[in-house]
Design a protein around this ligand. Structure first.
Ligand code: PA5
Length: 463
């Protein structure tokens, strides 16, 4: 299972490799010109318009690294307040790159870095429990919102700000706050300027779900001691690979192309991501938003009805072998599984020889003895991919040499580029999310925001 670089194996989706109802050579040949065109369009637009995120790995991380360095050692807790693209990247990076059970480690084990809490919901019980736990005198709060109008994030901010004020005093509140927001527009920018809060930029051409490699994901990462330079180097390495290869040789095109063919030609509308690494568990959650919000669209780019978008589902190997796998194996043949495999784990955990536990030679557990947990995990991943293939169920495998900052940077960048390329194939705007606007407006109306009175009457039937 050892690999030197991130690699993508699509063979279990291909008819030529024996996949039943697989992607054919003709389908791939037919899609090739469109894939090349999609890649050219994405590369040509990189760094401009809503593809500003594509150049993030080459941009100067100085502002947020300097901020993190200046705050080093001052805080016992870091609270990130944000939602969707303003929170999922931080969680994915933390799970992938911090030691497990980070918040339970003592300050020396955390090398004086803060504990991390991500407040991305407005559940009163959870919020109240978090506030009870925090020593606000030793807490830094990073409020992340591009628009500054997101009701959930702003409610969280106002609640925390009030508590801060009561605890540290009005004058010191700003020492415990940093905003990451649009450099020019937005309510939070204006509010930060008026209240003297320190601010970092979420560059204009970077939407929330494409922002993990900006200050949005990398300020928290830097504060937590993650190797940000290696993350960006991994992303740059992937950017070079993607700009240097075409169509089916190109990992982003290949991933997007197979997913597109499985969905639109073979009717497999569900895309499951199943890492065999607990560290990558929240990368699937981050990807789920990226893929869903970017590709699920009612109209194409010319305004014609489209109603497209594969359904992303997250699963975890091996846990979900005992939960979801039965459905993937024998339920409707409407899914393609992406396995994320890891070549090397940091720790070696050996299953003990049974003799040492006093068991006899006929013990039925004997076959496990002497293997490592990594052997078992790899075997289960391989066995699952093989068994699914026997049942005619396709899968792709993305292999990382190991879960480190470089590989994770490359992986996240790959998925972002694949999403942009898939947007071209589906011919949709991958960078907007009009489908969530109506419920946002309805929430404003129900919460009494001025300007939404008529909608409130419509919803409550009191008009
Ligand atoms: O990806 C997106 O654009 C969204 O998920 C946003 O990140 C989310 O809605 C939060 O928006 P904002 O950053 O404006 O608070």
């Amino acid at each position: 299972m050892r690999v030197d670089r991130l690699s993508l194996d699509i063979s279990r989706c291909l008819e030529s490799s024996g996949a039943e109802r697989g992607v054919t050579t003709k389908m791939m040949a037919d899609l090739k010109p469109r894939l090349d065109k999609a890649l050219s369009a994405v590369l040509a637009a990189s760094g401009a318009g809503m593809l500003g995120w594509a150049n993030l790995p080459r941009e100067d991380p100085g502002p947020y690294l300097d901020f993190a360095a200046a705050e080093s050692g001052k805080h016992d807790c870091l609270v990130v307040i944000g939602i969707g693209g303003s929170a999922l990247g931080t969680t994915a990076l933390a799970t992938a790159l911090l030691p497990f059970y980070w918040n339970e480690l003592d300050p020396t084990q955390r090398r004086q870095r803060p504990r991390l809490y991500v407040l991305d919901n407005v559940d009163p019980d959870e919020t109240s429990a978090l506030l009870e736990r925090l020593d606000l005198k030793r807490t830094l709060v990073n409020v992340i919102s591009k628009s500054g109008t997101t009701a959930e994030s702003m409610a969280g901010y106002l609640i925390v700000r009030e508590r801060l004020q009561a605890t540290v005093g009005a004058a010191a509140v700003k020492d415990h706050l940093v905003f990451t927001t649009d450099p020019v527009d937005g309510v939070l920018r204006a509010h930060g300027a008026a209240t003297g809060v320190r601010m970092l930029d979420l560059p204009s051409g970077v939407g929330g779900r494409f922002s993990v490699l900006s200050a949005v994901g990398l300020l928290p990462a830097a504060l937590l001691g993650v190797d940000v330079a290696a993350l960006l180097a991994g992303a740059r390495d992937m950017a070079d690979t993607i700009s240097g290869t075409k169509s089916w040789e190109n990992p982003a095109c290949s991933f997007a192309g197979i997913q597109y063919l499985e969905d639109t030609v073979l009717g497999r509308r569900v895309s499951v991501m199943m890492p065999y690494s607990a560290r990558l568990r929240d990368v699937s959650d981050w990807f789920r938003q990226l893929w869903a919000e970017s590709l699920g669209k009612a109209v194409d780019r010319r305004g014609r009805p489209a109603h497209v978008g594969p359904l992303p589902v997250k699963a975890l190997g091996v846990t979900d072998q005992h939960s979801q796998l039965q459905l993937y194996a024998e339920g409707p043949d409407d899914k393609v599984i992406t396995f994320l495999g890891v070549g090397e784990f940091a720790e070696t955990v050996r299953i003990p020889a049974l003799g040492s536990l006093g068991s006899d030679p006929g013990d039925p557990l004997r076959y496990l003895a002497g293997h490592t947990l990594a052997d078992l995990l790899w075997a289960e991943q391989r066995a699952t991919a093989w068994a699914l293939a026997q049942l005619g169920r396709p899968s792709l495998t993305l292999r990382l040499p190991r879960v480190d900052a470089f590989s994770v940077g490359a992986l996240l960048y790959l998925f972002q580029m694949a999403t942009a390329i898939a947007g071209e194939l589906y011919d949709v705007n991958a960078f907007d999310q009009p489908g969530v606007e109506l419920s946002k407006k309805a929430t404003y109306a129900l919460m009494g925001r001025p300007g939404y009175e008529a909608l409130a009457e419509e919803i409550t039937g009191r008009g």
